[in-house]
Design a protein around this ligand. Structure first.
Ligand SMILES: CC(C)(COP(=O)(O)OP(=O)(O)OC[C@H]1O[C@@H](n2cnc3c(N)ncnc32)[C@H](O)[C@@H]1OP(=O)(O)O)[C@@H](O)C(=O)NCCC(=O)NCCS
Length: 402
């Protein structure tokens, strides 16, 4: 650009920024809402979360129907493609998931080099980011390519979790078993043993129940990244970072630590009284949308109770029930999805720091569906901020600052 053109552009910009528009033309700034509570940020056809009726629908289907009857593979397909698969579609989908249950060699190198006390959620965040280097379609954000990438990630997340856990335990990672379902293979790759059918059914129900949930923090994060037209792996890496926090996905781990801290059912009431006296936030309770019952909790309660009896260790389930009742003595606060998940995952033998990665292994289907939906009718997600800092301060030379 010539010097004259640059000068003309600068003059125009200065004129635009110094001219004052008539007051009537300035639209009112929307009110600030802390935590965006109650703000509708997105329109979606993926899942519906209704607080007053405690209802969760995936693509119009009530979660209660899916929790008891559906395989996670069907639910992942439903979220990604918008309808339940027929037999052939499900067969193809399963085949593609099974074919992608492996990691590129450099991923294993990374897992071996990580400090053995690396928090698994951080491993997963970095692992997914690393997988982007080896994905053949990374820059293609068409729906078809993003669906293919989503299938790869759904297949790879449990492999990352299992391989990392085995390596840090001094064991060799084991190859996936193509005969096993998604849930069964996840348990198999962690333990090296073909799992009990009840364990598989419980983990499958967990995966089904956690696969999507409206505009939660990690899904919103994924959509914000997708709205810049960044690729799926970038969106999922960011979503994993958001899921890690104890106010979101990390609550299942924090809940189990609470149960272990209380340790004895006779200590539950006094522990709760003390928590309220100190205004402590009790993990696994409360929800931004569900103020009565989280519809997912009922199914996880069922599985926690069943597995507790099965492994002959009902203590943590019984403590959970008592904790839920004990809290109601203080205020109306109900268990959320993470509460009964904690004892259920513990009974499955999943290490506590892998609870949130298991949540992620399920939610990756929902995140991916949201990324595809965002691309389809995209607008950059870019809200405003309300400036509440000082005005009219001035730059002072470094030597003059105290
Ligand atoms: C999920 C959560 C962040 C929702 O927050 P929120 O929508 O801002 O909750 P609200 O503001 O409606 O809470 C209302 C009141 O209940 C209290 N409350 C909410 N959850 C609580 C909990 N788990 N333990 C103790 N008090 C809680 C709040 O402190 C607030 O008290 P106040 O009225 O005296 O200020 C919150 O319930 C929480 O931190 N829960 C624990 C973490 C957790 O389990 N997260 C997983 C969610 S699926």
């Amino acid at each position: 650009m010539s010097t004259t053109a640059v000068r003309a552009l600068n003059d125009k910009t200065d004129a635009a920024t110094t001219s004052v528009a008539p007051a009537t033309q300035v639209p009112p700034k929307p009110p600030f809402v802390k935590g965006l509570a109650g703000i509708v940020a997105v329109q979606t056809g993926i899942s519906s979360v209704d607080g007053p009726t405690s209802t969760l629908l995936y693509r119009g289907i009530n979660i209660h129907e899916l929790a008891d009857r559906a395989q996670y593979e069907e639910v992942a397909y439903l979220l990604l493609y918008g309808h339940l698969p027929n037999e052939k579609e499900l067969g193809d989908f399963r085949f593609r998931l099974i074919a992608n249950r492996w990691l590129p060699a450099p991923t294993y190198d990374l897992l071996r080099r990580l400090p053995h006390d690396t928090v698994p959620m951080e491993m997963l965040r970095t692992g997914v980011s690393l997988l982007s280097f080896y994905d053949p379609e990374i820059e293609d954000i068409s729906p078809e390519s993003t669906q293919r990438k989503a299938i790869r990630l759904i297949a790879q997340l449990p492999v990352l979790c299992a391989a990392y856990h085995r390596i840090r335990s001094g064991l060799e990672p084991i190859a996936a078993n193509p005969r096993l379902s998604h849930a069964a293979n996840t348990l198999y790759m962690l333990t090296g043993e073909e799992p009990d059918p009840d364990f598989v059914a419980a983990l499958n129900a967990y995966f089904v129940l956690l696969a999507d949930h409206g505009m939660n923090a990690s899904t919103f994060t994924a959509r914000v990244v997708a709205s810049t037209q960044a690729d799926l792996h970038s969106s999922i890496t960011a979503a994993l970072a958001a899921l890690k926090g104890p106010l979101h996905g990390g609550a299942n781990e924090a809940t189990m630590l609470t149960l272990l801290e209380i340790d004895n059912i006779d200590r539950v009431d006094s522990w709760v009284d003390e928590a309220f006296a100190h205004k402590r936030i009790i993990m696994g309770f409360g929800h931004r949308i569900y103020k009565n019952m989280d519809p997912r909790a009922r199914h996880l309660n069922f599985w926690a109770e069943r597995l507790g009896r099965k492994v002959n260790q009902p203590k943590y389930y019984e403590m959970s029930l008592k904790l839920a009742l004990s809290i109601l003595r203080h205020r109306e606060l109900y268990p959320n999805v993470d509460f009964y998940s904690a004892s259920m995952l513990y009974y499955l033998g999943i290490p506590i720091d892998l609870f949130t990665p298991m949540f992620a292994a399920s939610r990756v289907a929902g995140w991916s569906a949201h990324v595809i939906e965002q691309y389809k009718d995209n607008a950059l997600i870019r809200p405003q901020s309300e400036y509440i800092g000082p005005q009219e301060l001035h730059y002072t030379a470094l030597s003059e600052r105290s």
